[in-house]
Design a protein around this ligand. Structure first.
Ligand code: ADP
Length: 365
């Protein structure tokens, strides 16, 4: 096993005007499950492919353990990759698919059979070893792709959206299976996804990328509680954090008819007379019309059993607001309510730079 280090790693595609991955500095601990997440085109796959050796590194270095692998060919990096489309060989059985890389590497037949058997047991694939991929379900094919990586006993697993071909229900099951399997095997893993829920549920830590630039690295809790900027704040969490402009007032931030107290040192750092306030849907206290707070007209309530989500807009503006409400007793569409954030859970960002103004999460990179 080994750690993985991106040291100022940069990839500028030929003809590109700006790097697809720009000075990436990131360390993945030995045995850690790190998720690279961000919207499409932010540089996740490029980062993973640089680590795999499938993409040239134009500047900086990549290390696996203490070894600089920047110029080492993919096959000599001791990594195994699981792709989105699994890339199984259709004419080979499950066992042959799983053992193929070992055969190429010259591992003898008995050892191969043993490793394939062990992986099949781990993945609940023993009864399918003689089948061809076309006779398997999507979930089983996904497990064969995992098995092919596991039998190689690599130092690092690289996974590029390995669940995207599964239906929603299977995706939820499989993400728990992969996460628990990774913990059992203890192999350092870098996992790419655009899905923030996958990131939150699977990763020991999450690295958020935007336009090729690393925005924040931290535990799921760090990112949820203390996003470094409005981008991370809006990207992590579902439904997304409410983000809206609010005026700075004496002692805090004006929130409708009420001033919510906020550390003055934070507000002193703000550019201009406004800040961007962030409030998660579950962090509102919902009061009746006319109570202190922000007057919000209810457009729709989505009932989800125990909880519900109120979708509305701030009266006199078109700012949209989402608030979690009791699923059994909630306001109705057309009513006006008064919303106040729970003071400890308010996020404050600079309106100009988008940077967090209140205390930042301790960097755990
Ligand atoms: P993600 O995996 O986050 O969707 P990618 O790493 O695939 O993002 O792409 C990052 C950026 O690099 C995008 O702007 C994409 O268009 C560009 N890009 C990816 N591959 C190539 C390539 N082979 N040649 C030129 N540009 C590329």
């Amino acid at each position: 096993m080994a750690s993985v280090t991106f040291d100022d790693a940069t990839r500028l595609y030929p003809g590109g005007t700006r790097p697809a991955v720009d000075n990436l500095n990131l360390e993945v601990g030995d045995g850690e499950f790190l998720v690279l997440v961000g919207p499409s085109g932010c540089g996740k796959s490029t980062s993973l492919r640089m680590l795999a050796g499938l993409e040239e590194v134009n500047d900086g270095r990549i290390l696996i353990g203490d070894r600089d692998v920047t110029d080492v060919p993919p096959k000599d990096r001791d990594i195994a990759m699981v792709f989105q489309n699994y890339a199984l060989y259709p004419h080979m059985t499950v066992a042959e698919n799983m053992g193929f890389a070992l055969k190429i590497a010259g591992v003898n037949k008995d050892e191969r059979a043993k490793r394939v058997q062990d992986a099949a047991k781990l993945l609940d694939l023993e009864q399918y070893l003689n089948r061809k991929p076309k006779a398997l379900s999507g979930g089983q094919r996904q497990r064969v792709a995992m098995g092919r990586a596991i039998v190689r006993e690599p130092q690092v697993f690289l996974m590029d959206e390995p669940l995207s071909n599964l239906d929603a229900k299977l995706r939820v099951q499989t993400r728990t299976q992969i996460a628990s399997l990774q913990r059992r095997l203890g192999v350092t893993t870098v996992y790419v996804t655009h899905d923030q829920t996958e990131a939150l549920t699977m990763g020991d830590r999450i690295a958020v990328l935007k336009d090729g630039v690393l925005q924040q690295v931290g535990t799921p809790r760090d990112l949820y509680e203390k996003p470094n900027n409005v981008f991370v704040a809006g990207f992590i969490g579902s439904p997304a954090m409410n983000l809206f402009p609010a005026p700075i007032a004496q002692g805090g931030i004006a929130f409708g008819t009420r001033v919510v107290p906020v550390e003055s040192t934070a507000l002193n750092r703000a550019h201009g007379s406004q800040v961007t306030v962030g409030v998660r849907p579950e962090d509102f206290i919902v009061g009746p019309a006319g109570a202190d707070g922000l007057a919000v007209k209810v457009d729709l309530v989505e009932e989800l059993g125990a909880d519900g989500y109120l979708y509305g807009h701030v009266e006199g503006s078109d700012a949209q607001i989402v608030a979690r409400v009791d699923g059994r007793a909630h306001p109705m569409a057309g009513e006006t309510v008064s919303l106040l954030p729970t003071p400890d859970h308010i996020h404050v960002f600079d309106a100009e730079t988008g940077e967090r103004l209140l205390d930042k999460a301790i960097a755990s990179a």
